[in-house]
Design a protein around this ligand. Structure first.
Ligand code: HXC
Length: 260
């Protein structure tokens, strides 16, 4: 599929998807969502691709939010009847079981912050800024921001950010647990590609299971989560990659993965 609003690129086992509306600070229109769904499905279904990166084009923004111009033309019935924003959960968060990283290169506001938080983790440039400024538009987060931000940074900061719309810089975001790592702006993509290549070098099914386990911590009580983890661990012990991984360790060599 030829895309209008994103670009995709593969390098070895790593897919990079780039939001490409720099003139609108990569605002997330319905076309962007449809194209992201297609690009993520292509990544998910391609057995040669083992880690993905999502980033924004231009020097200024990852994504400055859902497209305000598009939303301004819709009324409540449109939003409800189209179940606006539902596909972010069903087609991006839930459908992508392989790992992906958000490389946040600038503003990640509103839906842009929410999209970054859908990733397995965020690596941010030191110029990144995060915020949920929807209140200033008379609305509120609609793609999971009030829930994921609160889980990431705790109630005090999440509530303050949602109620005031203030932005959090990269240093505060790292200190607060929103991002895994902050790196100098100019090195962001090199750093993220190195991390993605590390993940892509892991046994692929183990990578998927590790992702599923950590995500379960968001959804379950501790006892259920620990049981879920144990069962998934037990399933992994039946894989060829488990036998190979342990043999390779004992023989002091790198493992050769089959992905099963
Ligand atoms: C559509 C956007 C946009 C957005 C920026 N642009 N953000 N277009 N939707 N979310 C456009 C501007 O209109 C402008 O286009 C161009 O991008 C450059 O933006 P400027 O504002 O001129 O840049 P600057 O002065 O540097 O300010 C940067 C900014 C500001 C602070 C990031 O753009 C901003 O505040 N943007 C909106 C952030 C926001 O409120 N996001 C949340 C959206 S609501 P032109 O054509 O004028 O050059 C959301 C979820 C809603 O995400 C869920 C509930 C329904």
């Amino acid at each position: 599929m030829a895309y209008e609003t994103i670009t995709t690129q593969t390098d070895g086992a790593v897919t990079t998807i780039t939001l490409n509306r720099p003139q609108a600070l990569n605002a997330l229109s319905s076309v962007v969502l449809d194209e992201l769904i297609d690009a993520f499905a292509a990544y998910e279904n391609d057995d040669s691709q083992l880690c993905a990166i999502l980033t924004g084009s231009g020097d200024k923004a990852f994504a400055a939010g859902a497209d305000i111009k598009e939303m301004s033309e819709k009324d409540a019935a449109d939003f409800y009847l189209q179940d606006f924003f539902a596909k972010w959960t069903s087609h991006i968060v839930e459908a992508v079981r392989k790992p992906w990283i958000a490389a946040v290169n600038g503003f990640a506001l509103g839906g842009g912050c929410e999209l970054a938080m859908m990733a397995d983790f965020i690596i941010a440039s030191d110029k990144a800024k995060f915020g949920q400024p929807e209140i200033k538009l008379g609305v509120a987060p609609g793609m999971g921001g009030s829930q994921r931000l609160t889980r990431a940074v705790g109630k005090a900061k999440a509530m303050e950010m949602c109620l005031t719309g203030r932005m959090m810089d990269a240093e505060e975001a790292e200190r607060s647990g929103l991002v895994a790592r902050v790196v100098p702006h100019d090195t962001l993509m090199d750093e993220v590609r190195t991390t993605a290549a590390t993940i892509a070098g892991m046994p692929p099914m183990a990578a998927m299971v590790n992702k599923e386990m950590v995500n379960a911590a968001y959804e379950t009580f501790l006892g259920q989560g620990v049981l879920h983890e144990r069962r998934l661990f037990q399933i992994l012990t039946a894989t060829e990659d488990k036998a190979e991984g342990m043999k390779a360790f004992i023989e002091k060599r790198d493992g050769q993965w089959k992905g099963r």
